[in-house]
Write a protein that binds this ligand. Structure first.
Ligand code: GDP
Ligand code: MG
Length: 210
């Protein structure tokens, strides 16, 4: 199927926060409670429609590497967007978000335009909540991130998290803020007619809903 762009996504955060489950729920619409780390999904793909544009999302999972913090520069450098995930029932995973962010920004190596969404996962476990929604929102606001709470189990907001961050990437393309000639994680696809041409600054607010 033709598409206007391909966006490369990465999913980061502590082990066990539900990254692989979120990916599986988004690409396969299923929840698999137990994963074997060694056969963790490496990446999944799905098409989304933003405005009238078809965008192919290629989403890379860390496949267990996050436990060793051995994630390489190239993983961060060539991403258009990232989901930075913590578990709302485990405070330490939220406490580590700042260091994930720092590592991501350090390693991104000039790719400063990565769109980052902070994701508080396991919203279905309300009775075990250890991090309030307000705290997540506040951290996101202070650090210029988008924010959402999700459940990979019930699918709550799973359908929303990816398209919402994708339309932020679309907006950046239209504002001319993403250099398509560099490894920005954005690849033009085969469908020339639906490309988002960068707009002159005065028209940038039209964005990609046209
Ligand atoms: N209740 C609940 N459990 C979840 C959710 N997402 C993941 N899990 C569970 O959390 C554990 C870790 O999930 P996984 O996707 O492997 O985490 P990863 O290490 O970040 O990839 C598994 O036992 C999942 O079943 C969720 O939204 N709600
Ligand atoms: Mg995993």
């Amino acid at each position: 199927m033709s598409f206007a762009y391909k966006f490369r996504y990465i999913v980061v955060g502590d082990t066990g926060v539900g990254k692989s489950c979120l990916l599986l729920q988004f690409t396969d619409k299923r929840f698999q409670p137990v994963h074997d780390l060694t056969i963790g999904v490496e990446f999944g793909q799905r098409m989304v429609t933003i405005g009238k544009k078809k965008i192919k999302l290629q989403i890379w999972d860390t496949a267990g590497q996050e436990a060793f913090r051995s994630i390489t520069k190239s993983y961060y450098r060539s991403a258009a967007a990232a989901l930075l995930v913590y578990d709302i029932t485990r405070r330490e995973t939220f406490n580590h978000v700042a260091s994930w962010l720092e590592e991501m920004r350090e390693q991104a190596d000039g790719n400063n335009n990565i769109t980052i969404m902070l994701v508080g996962n396991k919203s279905d476990l309300a009775q075990r909540r250890a991090v309030s929604t307000e705290e997540g929102e506040q951290f996101a606001k202070e650090n210029g991130l988008a924010f959402m709470e999700t459940s990979a189990r019930t699918r709550h907001n799973v359908e929303e998290a990816f398209p919402q961050s994708s339309s932020m990437v679309c907006q950046k393309i239209q504002e001319g803020a993403i250099d398509l000639s560099k490894s920005s994680g954005v690849t033009p696809g085969g469908d020339d007619f639906s490309r988002l041409e960068p707009l002159p600054p005065s028209r940038a607010s039209v964005c990609c809903s046209s």
